[in-house]
Design a protein around this ligand. Structure first.
Ligand code: ZN
Length: 253
């Protein structure tokens, strides 16, 4: 009895502890958890792609965010890519999302009938009119509140949004400190991207430099709004093949 208990105690932490290994855009993950395909305040979309694996901290963060969404009376959020079960680079799409600490959340409202087929084939809604360079009517207070709830969590390192969305957040929330985590980045006008800090005890997780102090609503944002060169979308980029840490080699294809 005593011996059995001892073995269980040894085994449990190993099974339960995730590890994010390497950099956000050059790494992999160990002991990932799967986000259930729906829960309070959220649905997973494109379930068939099996990119719903993340570090336990990320899964917990998303489930808690879903509960905050419910409490705020907002429509359920649509969770898209997190990472593959072992992490590592995707065959197409993003550069990051490799360590189970990145997640994309779509900005469009959920479909009226959220059955699995509808959620599997759902299309994105762009919140930006890229010709006129303004936010469309699709971007409402629901989206603002959702991004605010996502960014206010201390576990968050960065939230990437289109510069016009950052501007909208600054206009609504003034100079709140947590706005500094919301980073302008092109390509984030139909979804936003949440990146968590390296969790405690993940010794092989490589953190990103801290965000600059302050809300980032001043000159930095002005620069992004002025320089729209990055708005030009590049098509058919070659797959991202970074140099992976040794602990990931042979683990991810
Ligand atoms: Zn992303």
């Amino acid at each position: 009895m005593r011996r059995g208990l001892f073995i269980v105690m040894l085994w449990l932490p190993m099974a339960a502890w995730g590890q994010a290994v390497g950099e956000y855009a050059a790494g992999c993950q160990y002991n990932a958890s799967a986000l259930p395909d729906r829960g309070p305040g959220y649905y997973v979309i494109r379930h068939q792609q099996a990119r719903y694996y993340g570090q336990p901290e990320m899964i917990n963060y998303l489930q808690e965010l879903g509960k905050k969404v419910v409490s705020a009376g907002l429509p359920p959020m649509l969770v898209a890519d997190i990472a593959k079960r072992q992490g590592g680079p995707f065959a197409y799409g993003h550069r990051s999302h490799q360590t189970g600490l990145d997640a994309d959340i779509w900005l469009r409202s959920p479909p009226p009938v959220p059955d699995s087929e509808r959620l599997a084939t759902i299309s994105a809604v762009d919140m930006v009119d890229h010709r006129g360079y303004y936010l469309t009517a699709a971007f409402t207070d629901n989206q603002r509140q959702l991004i605010a709830l996502a960014a206010q969590d201390e576990r968050v390192s960065r939230v990437f949004v289109h510069p016009l969305i950052k501007q909208a957040m600054c206009r609504t929330y003034g100079n709140a400190d947590w706005l500094g985590r919301i980073r302008p980045w092109f390509g984030h006008s139909s979804h936003f991207h949440v990146r968590l800090h390296c969790p405690e005890g993940h010794r092989d997780c490589v953190p990103q430099a801290p965000v600059p102090k302050g809300s980032g609503c001043g000159s930095e944002l002005a620069g992004w709004l002025r320089d729209r060169a990055g708005e030009i979308t590049v098509t058919a980029t070659a797959p991202w093949r970074p140099r992976l840490p040794r602990a990931c080699i042979g683990r991810v294809e």
